[in-house]
Design a protein around this ligand. Structure first.
Ligand code: HEM
Length: 155
């Protein structure tokens, strides 16, 4: 794949993944959390196939294109290169790109379970939705800072 094509693939996938995850965390889930449980469950069912399909696919493409770009850069020649400078920035970005969706996914699973218990939902859902928003904002914010470091050569 040409440099340009891989760059574009990484950029577009990164933008869709970041935008989709932040939309879910800052708009969709906090809004659902303020609905009655049954309505929130129906609304989530209506959007989840499209939302998880597009955001999930973008995430996967980032996790493939990121390491591929790192490899293509030639800056990582051995395992020890992963523990300083460019390699370390890439490693931290890669780990964040795994852990943040993992934490977000477990909070979303808790929300889905609560949808079958309306009283618990009304009491607990807003706080869990807020936590999702904080986790994805800090997590993806950190990844974007790391990308800016890679892009400007600050590492
Ligand atoms: C949230 C998702 C991400 C977004 C929005 C994103 C965005 C970007 C952008 C805009 C660049 C270009 C910087 C420039 O050259 O000016 C870039 C470069 C790069 N990204 Fe990401 N990225 C994301 C996640 C990741 C992850 C998880 C990895 C880890 C493996 C990664 C690895 C890289 C590498 C290796 C480069 C090339 C740096 C270079 O050699 O110039 N990215 N990314």
């Amino acid at each position: 794949m040409t440099d340009l094509a891989l760059y574009l693939l990484h950029l577009v996938a990164g933008v869709v993944w970041t935008g989709g995850t932040l939309y879910n965390g800052l708009i969709l889930y906090p809004s659902l959390a303020r609905m009655p449980a049954a309505e929130a469950k129906a609304a989530l069912k209506a959007v989840s196939v499209r939302a998880s399909g597009s955001v999930g696919a973008a995430g996967l493409l980032v996790l493939i294109s990121g390491p591929w770009r790192a490899w293509q850069s030639g800056a990582i020649g051995s395992v020890s290169d992963m523990f300083h400078g460019y390699g370390l920035v890439v490693l931290i970005a890669f780990l964040l790109a795994f852990f943040i969706p993992g934490i977000e996914g477990s909070l979303r699973a808790r929300l889905r379970k609560l949808m079958d218990r309306p009283e618990d939902w009304a009491r607990e859902a807003p706080a869990i939705a807020r936590r999702i928003g904080i986790v994805v904002t800090l997590g993806f914010g950190a990844i974007l800072v790391l990308m800016a470091m890679l892009g400007t050569g600050v590492y």
